[in-house]
Design a binder for this molecule. Structure first.
Ligand code: NAD
Length: 354
């Protein structure tokens, strides 16, 4: 058996905790990468891992990604992430969520949780019954920030795609710009709706084919099989499903000028960033473009700990800064010849003192 700290993805994480609760059947991993800028903040993923060691890999990689994401978004939070290992059927019970919440509470604020893939607002509301270190809770009223971070993530990606189109294609409008979207869930579906309003041409895919087809019908786009989306000839490929899709094979299949989407850890390995750049494809580093959700949940969390409501306009204003951050990265990349992901990593590492 390999010790997790010898894994290539272990990056001097400050905390890696295995949570087991035989009574409820919960198995989870909570990882805090860095608390240099504040408590480790990042969502909980609920996923069935055919190979359990991939769950550890996800926890390590995703929590480091959160350190970088929070730092680059200018938030006073460190990086953390939790994964709950689901069984094949994806059984999720209230008892499991309660046991998970107790583990978060026992960390005394070192880790602050929220939604990620497979976890809903209602799940977070249950977690909040047992711990105060939680965000992304249901809110009422249009002006109240918080709740499901998906729409805020989508908003940031929409702004980021516009910035990438301006930088790479020299266009100020998305009218007729062809965007191929992988994954039409909370984030990808939201991105598609915002792009459709601006007249973008959409090609959509999801492993749940009916989901992509329904959205394509609603928005007037096309749907293709999920294994065909990466090869679609388009202006922008927007990955909004799971990570590590940009490997040798995936990059070779791309027929686009820009990769800009919300999935975490899109690059299979660090070496794939320069490979994309060599192919002349502009990359929007994932943790910079997809920060909208964490901006929302963090402002919600900080406001609640201060006993204040959180204004959605504050969230929107911060999300509107994402394009400027991307532009700074791309300009630095053009100047230095380093790929955008390398530039972003260096900026983030400077911010978290690594
Ligand atoms: P979601 O579960 O709502 O949607 C994901 C969608 O992707 C689902 O419809 C699923 O069927 C589809 N999918 C899975 N594998 C696929 C494949 N191989 N090809 C095509 N479609 C596939 O999740 P989400 O909240 O939309 O998150 C999507 C991605 O964005 C994840 O990588 C997540 O970590 C990342 N992310 C989400 C947020 C957020 O606020 N929700 C924030 C930052 C990053």
């Amino acid at each position: 058996m390999t010790a997790f700290w010898t894994e290539p993805d272990y990056d001097d994480h400050e905390l890696v905790e295995l949570v087991r609760d035989p009574k409820s059947g919960l198995t989870a991993i909570i990882a805090v990468h860095s608390s240099h800028l504040g408590p480790g903040a990042g969502g909980t993923r609920f996923w069935h891992y055919a190979e359990p060691e991939r769950a550890m890999r996800d926890a390590l990689r995703l929590s480091r990604g959160m350190s970088y994401k929070n730092a680059m978004a200018g938030l006073p939070m460190g990086g953390g992430k939790a994964v709950i290992l689901a069984d094949e059927k994806g059984t999720k019970t209230p008892e499991m969520l309660t046991a998970f919440a107790d583990a978060v509470e026992a960390l005394g604020g070192r880790y602050v949780t929220a939604e990620d893939v497979g976890i809903s607002e209602a799940d977070m509301a249950r977690v909040a019954e047992r711990t105060q270190y939680v965000s992304g809770l249901p809110v009422e009223g249009e002006d109240a920030a918080g709740g499901d971070p998906g729409p805020f993530t989508a908003m940031g990606i929409y702004h980021g795609i516009k910035a990438a189109v301006r930088h790479k294609l020299g266009k100020d409008s998305l009218e007729g710009v062809h965007v191929a979207i992988q994954g039409t869930g909370s984030v990808g579906g939201g991105v598609a709706r915002l792009l459709a309003k601006d007249g973008a041409k959409l090609t959509l895919a999801d492993i749940d084919a009916a989901r992509a087809e329904a959205l394509a019908r609603e928005l007037g786009g096309d749907a293709v099989a999920s294994d065909a989306i990466m090869g679609v000839s388009c202006d922008v490929f927007s990955p909004n499903a799971l990570g590590a899709i940009l490997d040798d094979e995936g990059i070779a299949r791309l027929d686009c000028k820009i990769v800009a989407g919300g999935a975490n850890n899109q690059l299979a390995r660090a070496a794939h960033g320069p490979v994309l750049a060599q192919r002349g494809i502009l990359y929007a580093p994932d943790y910079v473009i997809n920060a909208g959700g964490i901006i929302s949940v963090t402002l919600e969390y900080l406001a609640r700990t201060d006993g204040q409501p959180c204004d959605v306009n504050d969230v929107r204003e911060r999300i509107a800064l994402i394009p400027d951050r991307l532009e700074t990265i791309w300009q630095e990349s053009d100047r230095t010849g380093q790929s955008p992901d390398q530039v972003a990593d260096r900026m983030a590492q400077d911010l978290i003192g690594r």
